[in-house]
Design a protein around this ligand. Structure first.
Ligand SMILES: O=C1C[C@@H](O)[C@H](O)[C@@H](O)C1=O
Ligand SMILES: [Co+2]
Length: 298
């Protein structure tokens, strides 16, 4: 179904140790995490809070297990802080990822984001950007895109629950305001479904700009609870709102077919943050790998 060598499969360390809540999986080591990724049949990883920041040390540990770095998250604050502050942190992040051989840099604007607030209801309080904020975001992302291009890399914007770019309309606005040569898009199935969007429609609308894919599923009964009980994003994650592809309600067969028929090349990253005490990361990684093989042929 997929063209040979077009797509490689990675898995994010967030199922082993959670960057947003380091107490989740606090006992899981870096070595256990990457060994289990390889054991489950993955070729790549994103970067978690327990990963060594020395490219040499990280290369050595990953190389032993046949893994590569696909990318890593970067929090931008373009709408709330001077551009130079974001740019300085971005360049350090870019150079680390470049040394690791990654081609894309995941960027998410965190200005007025509620994703890290434990008690703020997710469906009541997400930021809605003003015209000035949209301008700051679009112009700042354009500049970050040019900084990425200096190293032959691209930025991929991560739409995210609880942020100013969450809905399909907000994604469309951002894509309109930015230059495709400077700003590409990350397609995260789980965040779109959680927000009430149809992931396949968003994929079809923006396919030429998508350069990175996060595969996560949602448990609809938990999403209902999040709305009814006014839970926050972090409480939703702890309650099990996200799971691996095939374990929730998202229809992945159509999504894989659409991507296979396109010119997409790059990584698919299984990214399903759950409490590792409740959802064994190796068991779920194996489950995801099997489902992707059966549904996409990868
Ligand atoms: O890509 C991601 C990175 C995480 O830190 C984030 O909260 C998660 O939901 C996600 O999609
Ligand atoms: Co994601």
């Amino acid at each position: 179904m997929f063209k040979e060598e077009a797509v490689r499969l990675a898995i994010a360390p967030i199922a082993w140790t959670n960057d947003d809540m380091p107490e989740l999986g606090g006992n899981n080591t870096f070595e256990q995490c990457i060994s289990e990724m390889a054991l489950a049949g993955f070729q790549g990883s994103e970067v978690g809070n327990k990963y060594p920041r020395s490219p040499e040390v990280l290369h050595q540990a990953l190389g032993l297990r046949g893994l590569q770095i696909a990318s890593a998250w970067f929090s931008a604050h373009l709408t709330v802080r001077p551009y130079e502050e974001t740019a300085e942190a971005f360049v350090a992040h870019r150079d680390f990822l470049h040394a690791m051989g990654a081609k894309v840099i995941v960027v998410s604007e965190q200005g007025r984001s509620i994703q890290g607030q434990m008690d703020t209801p997710l469906f009541d309080a997400k930021p809605v950007f003003s015209e000035d904020e949209w301008t700051l975001l679009a112009e700042g992302l354009g500049k970050l895109g040019r900084l990425a291009a200096e190293k032959g890399m691209a930025i991929v914007y991560h739409h995210h629950m609880g942020t100013g770019v969450q809905t399909a309309a907000e994604i469309a606005r951002l894509m309109e305001l930015t230059d495709p040569a400077e700003v590409s898009l990350l397609f995260d199935t789980g965040h779109l479904a959680f927000s009430g969007e149809n992931p396949l429609e968003v994929l079809r609308t923006h396919l030429p700009r998508i350069k990175h894919v996060h595969l996560k599923d949602i448990r609809p009964e938990v999403v209902q609870r999040v709305k009814a009980e006014k839970l926050s994003f972090l409480q939703a994650v702890k309650a099990g709102a996200f799971t691996v592809p095939g374990d929730g309600c998202i229809e992945f067969a159509g999504i894989f077919a659409e991507l296979a028929g396109s010119s997409y090349t790059g990584w698919f990253v299984v990214e399903a943050e759950q409490d590792p005490a409740l959802a064994d990361p190796l068991e779920y990684a194996i489950k995801a790998r099997k489902y992707i093989r059966e549904t996409s042929g990868l």
